[in-house]
Design a protein around this ligand. Structure first.
Ligand code: ADP
Ligand code: MG
Length: 734
């Protein structure tokens, strides 16, 4: 890519103050447009009636309730920034609604386009369009074209375009450009750059084809793991993010374009779901209902708390709703009568979004600009290259009188630099062949390095795009003029719609102007006309109130049902905890858990003093044969006996288990003692003791018997009958 000389230096000049001060942050409402798709073949075959009437000239949509009596002619009217009926083309929408927004992004503003609506109403068609037919390409591919055409025509501005593609499904973020689709990504916040998806990949794109290819890859990845693609895409949000950094002599600016294909807005039935299914059902549209809540809170005006943190979508797109962004919402609806309820809900939703006020401003001097990093890297590499070629010049062996390469570098060398050259020449006679080849090899390596550096510089420069100012392209000029005219037409159309809407508003209030009536009859006529108008307005409002109350009640019933199911689940869990988990374990776990606000769930604490205590194990200590606990070592030092000796356990005496009655064997009693005992048990009158000779041994036995556990001794108590078993094995008198 061509690059203007010395531009990076110019870019670094901080003269952007002028630009900053000249830009006022004026609040700007979210632009809401409604698009109604044509009846599809099935609807035509079923002879469905159309309940939607569109009035593009005055930006109005009328919807008729098919359940109402047609003679009553009660319709609901909504007005928007612009409306597109079933005959509208992709180009029309792009030129009038999207092109001005992308122009702003190319000036350094943030821009967001949401496609909202029930599944099957044309969100994906509007955003991506048909791949086969060029005329039916949607907003995303057209914006790619606009961006790169704009860059191609620009002068003295360097651009860097990056793209990311992500999906939010059941409150999990997936990077659609990552090779590993099993990874889930987290949202993080930095004080200077705001909310971002941590580790989300972004690819630098040099032309519209490259970025188109990225979208294709992302869409292919979106289907991976989805059992039912239609269901998956209708329940997930796809966000394509294009970041455009631009650097000119005033500094660096960055514009970010979010292209959002939202999940289907239809009501998800949660009835009858429980457990995992319920959890899934409540998560499906969490982001979408959070989006609704954010919109309500923003337009309510009474609450200062905007619940951005309630979902991943609202957190990620916080700037697009009430923040620093220009935002367009394209509400898609279906025309047929069976879609009446959903269409009405979409129109109401869109009607509310009209009142969101944003404060867009140009993003100047971004802290994390990749463009600046690239520019600095190129400068550094160029310097390195210059130094290298200078060094090569010095080392070049000039024995064969060959002209040294890199004349520019040689020309730049000063008189002092010639000095070392002379030295080389002076040393030349002593230079051996070996040294020459060594230097030649060194030169070769350095040449390779220099080539590598040049390649790197080229690579970096090719990423930064710049229009070619030398080409005077007449077709380009003509196209430019055409586009300018298209923008002007779009502007005019917008103004016409606005004026039409104002006119209608004033029509009613004009009736209030005090009039003088010629006759009493005339006054009655005028007043009855006024009354009829107000009455019909009242009826419409009453109907609206009924509808909204009905909707609210349905939502409340749904929530109550969910709450009931959740309570049931909770009670079951408490029951399990109370009956199956030991109390001390419960306390242990309770002391370790904490609620993670970001993840919206309970987490185990990473580390706490108590857990460290419980999981700490003895470590090897030099000098000891095996890991020994602190306590054991202290005990050992204090001479607490063999238990902590740290000896090989095999050398220690074994601890025998406590004896049981099963092991019991009555002691072998010497016949003499037996005789004595029998004697002792006899009546006192019969005692005749003769303890001569055997007295010592028998006393010993008696003592050992006494030393045994009491129960054992008691068994041989005199009152007990003599043991039957074991039988005496021949009492041999000693
Ligand atoms: P969604 O993404 O809202 O679920 P799709 O974009 O998949 O809806 O549209 C559903 C069908 O309707 C597709 O076959 C699409 O081609 C068709 N369709 C939607 N909008 C239009 C339109 N404006 N003109 C022609 N066909 C349309
Ligand atoms: Mg879709």
């Amino acid at each position: 890519m061509e690059k203007t000389e010395g531009q990076p230096k110019g870019v670094k000049k901080k003269s952007s103050k002028l630009l900053t001060s000249s830009i006022e942050v004026t609040p700007q409402c979210v632009q809401v447009v409604v698009r109604c798709r044509p009846m599809d073949d099935k609807e035509i075959a079923r002879n469905c009636t159309r309940v939607v009437e569109m009035f593009p000239s005055r930006g109005a949509v009328e919807i008729r309730n098919p359940r109402d009596d047609p003679s009553k002619n009660s319709v609901k009217v909504f007005s928007f920034d612009s409306v597109y009926d079933w005959t509208s083309t992709q180009q029309e929408i792009y030129e009038e609604t999207v092109r001005p927004l992308v122009i702003s992004v190319l000036d350094g503003f943030n821009g967001t386009i949401f496609a909202y609506g029930q599944t099957g109403t044309g969100k994906t068609y509007t955003m991506e369009g048909s791949k086969a037919d060029v005329d039916n390409r949607g907003v995303i591919p057209r914006s790619f074209d606009q961006i790169f055409t704009h860059i191609g025509r620009s002068q003295n501005i360097q651009y860097l375009v990056r793209a990311s593609y992500l999906e939010i499904y059941q409150e999990e973020i997936r990077d659609l450009l990552s090779p590993d689709q099993s990874l889930r990504f987290e949202l993080k916040e930095k004080p200077d750059t705001g909310i971002f998806v941590k580790d989300l990949s972004s690819a630098v794109c040099k032309n519209a084809n490259e970025i188109q290819q990225l979208m294709k890859t992302g869409n292919q990845n979106r289907t991976i793991g989805a059992t039912n693609m239609n269901e998956h895409s209708s329940r997930s949000h796809a966000i394509f993010i294009i970041t455009i950094e631009m650097g000119d002599s005033y500094g660096i600016r960055v514009g970010r374009l979010n292209l959002v294909d939202l999940a289907g807005s239809e009501r998800q039935s949660k009835t009858g779901a429980s457990g995992e299914r319920l959890k899934e059902a409540s998560k499906i549209n969490l982001s979408l209902s959070a989006l609704g809540n954010v919109i309500s809170a923003l337009v309510d005006g009474k609450t200062s708390h905007i619940p951005y943190r309630d979902s991943k979508l609202t957190r990620l797109l916080q700037d697009s709703l009430g923040g620093n962004s220009k935002t367009v919402m394209i509400a898609n609806i279906g025309p047929a009568s069976y879609n009446y309820d959903e269409t009405l809900t979409t129109l109401r939703y869109a009607n509310r979004a009209k009142n969101i006020k944003n404060k867009p401003k140009i993003n100047e001097d971004p802290k994390d600009a990749l463009l600046r990093q690239y520019q600095e890297e190129i400068e550094r590499l160029k310097l390195q290259l210059a130094q290298k070629s200078g060094m090569t010049q010095q080392k070049k062996p000039t024995t064969d009188g060959e002209e040294a390469p890199g004349e520019e570098a040689a020309a730049a060398s000063t008189a002092e630099q010639e000095q070392p050259n002379d030295e080389v020449e002076a040393q030349e006679p002593q230079m051996t062949e070996e040294e020459k080849t060594r230097i030649a090899e060194q030169l070769k390596v350095e040449k390779q390095e220099a080539e590598e550096l040049e390649r790197k510089i080229k690579d970096l420069e090719s990423k930064m795009l710049c229009g070619d100012k030398n080409i005077v392209d007449h077709t380009n000029e003509q196209q430019r003029a055409l586009e300018q005219r298209a923008i002007e037409i779009a502007e005019r159309k917008k103004r016409e719609i606005e004026m039409q809407q104002k006119l209608e508003e004033e029509e009613l209030s004009a009736l209030n102007v005090r009039e003088t009536y010629a006759t009493l009859q005339q006054e009655v006529d005028v007043k009855s006309r006024k009354l009829r108008k107000y009455y019909s307005k009242l009826q419409v409002l009453k109907q609206d109130l009924d509808d909204v109350t009905g909707e609210y009640n349905r939502d409340r019933r749904d929530l109550e049902q969910t709450q009931h199911e959740l309570m049931k689940e909770l009670k079951l869990r408490y029951l399990i905890i109370d009956n199956f988990i030991p109390v001390e374990e419960k306390h242990k776990i309770l002391s370790r858990v904490k609620f993670d606000e970001e993840e919206d769930c309970w987490m185990l604490k990473e580390s706490s003093a108590s857990t460290i205590e419980t999981i700490r194990r003895p470590v090897s200590v030099p000098g000891l044969r095996r890991p020994t606990s602190e306590y054991a070592r202290t005990a050992l030092a204090m001479g607490k006996g063999p238990r902590f000796a740290g000896e090989n356990i095999l050398n220690l005496e074994l601890d025998m288990p406590a004896r049981t009655t099963l092991d019991y064997q009555s002691p072998v009693i010497a016949p003499t003692i037996q005789a004595v005992l029998e004697k002792a048990l006899c009546d006192e009158g019969d005692i005749d003791v003769d303890a001569s000779g055997a007295s010592f041994k028998s006393r010993q036995r008696m003592q050992s018997a006494r030393a045994r556990p009491k129960s054992v001794v008691e068994r041989k108590s005199p009152q007990m009958p003599p043991p039957v078993y074991p039988k005496t094995r021949g009492l041999v008198p000693k």
